[in-house]
Design a protein around this ligand. Structure first.
Ligand code: DON
Length: 320
């Protein structure tokens, strides 16, 4: 016999709309006042550190966001994940693997970290690997404009709106690019990149200077969650094999020398950027993006990590 409705135990907690929940997650993260914004260029050093935002993009195309979700910031190293996919598409996976490894370096993102024996940068998420990946986009003799045009168009398609380079960030990064230029010249000397190192590094800096907001990043992440098919348009944007490769290196190397800490705390593939953005990508489920400018000593957003950890706990996102 069916039990009367009143006898059915209520096993679901009271639910509130998702943005209310996301606002609560942001407020909790606000209590962590640690870290400092990146100081190497003025635009980042002067960022308003009170700003915080979070967005979730589902594989059915719905996006939920809260906080300063209209604020744009430079994508920085988060671009490395997507440009790695483009390098695989343009140069082929065997060529990419010949030039860039897939092992965590355990060193800071701007160390040279070349693998003994092969001379390859350890992985595509550190600067040396990302500069190499950038040089493999389009063709070996392409110009800065050709490569950045390809990258800008691809990232815009992923985000679902037209993105632009922040020229102020680009100019400032270029003026102070000695370390990345040095990495470029070392890559050339090691026989890893074949083009002019200045072209590869200038293009890489332009790629890092593309502006995004958290909703853009969540949608870009959701394309990876959805095996390379855009959740809104249904268009295949990234081949499935490339998605697998990208998510693998995001899992092992996406959070730099704190990858192990991240995997145990949050447990999903991720990538961070020095402007304070982070993406998390849970295959088949949800693309997460968080933003807050203050970074920890490894270059990851302090509150961004807290936000992702909270979401992972509350929604049971951890892969293990
Ligand atoms: O290459 C650089 O120094 C920066 N334009 C990007 C690095 C970055 O985002 C590192 N991330 N935490």
């Amino acid at each position: 016999k069916n039990a009367p409705a009143s006898d059915v135990p209520c096993v679901r907690p009271e639910t509130s709309p998702i943005p209310d929940y996301l606002n609560a997650v942001l407020e909790k993260a606000r209590s962590n006042d640690g870290g400092a914004p990146a100081a190497y260029i003025e635009t980042l050093a002067n960022a308003d550190t009170s700003k915080m935002a979070v967005a979730l993009a589902m594989v059915d195309g719905k996006v939920y966001s809260a906080g300063d979700d209209k604020i744009e910031f430079s994508i920085q190293s988060i671009s490395k994940a997507f440009v790695y996919a483009l390098a695989i598409e343009d140069a082929g996976l065997p060529r990419v693997l010949e030039k860039i490894g897939v092992e965590p370096s355990g060193d800071r993102f701007n160390e040279l970290s070349l693998e003994k024996g092969t001379n390859r940068p350890m992985n595509p998420m550190i600067n040396a690997g990302a500069i190499t990946a950038h040089s493999l986009v389009v063709g070996p003799n392409s110009t800065v404009e050709e490569r950045t045009d390809r990258i800008l168009k691809a990232l815009s398609k992923l985000a679902g709106r037209e993105l632009h380079v922040d020229e102020e960030v680009y100019e400032a990064e270029l003026k102070d690019a000695n370390r990345n230029m040095a990495i470029g010249y070392m890559l050339k000397a090691a026989g890893i990149i074949s083009c002019d190192p200045r072209v590869a590094v200038t293009g890489y800096i332009r790629q890092c200077s593309i502006n995004v907001n958290v909703s853009d990043l969540a949608m870009m992440s959701a394309v990876l969650c959805n095996a390379g098919v855009h959740p809104v348009t249904g268009e295949r944007i990234i081949p499935q094999l490339s998605v697998r490769q990208v998510l693998s290196v995001m899992t092992t190397c996406g959070m730099y020398d704190s990858a192990g800490d991240w995997v145990s705390r949050v447990g999903i593939p991720a990538k961070s950027g020095v402007a304070g953005g982070i993406i998390g990508t849970l295959p088949g489920q949800v693309g997460i993006a968080a933003f807050s400018p203050k970074l920890d000593e490894r270059g990851n957003s302090v509150r961004g990590v807290d936000i992702c950890e909270q979401l992972s706990l509350d929604m049971g996102l951890h892969m293990m």
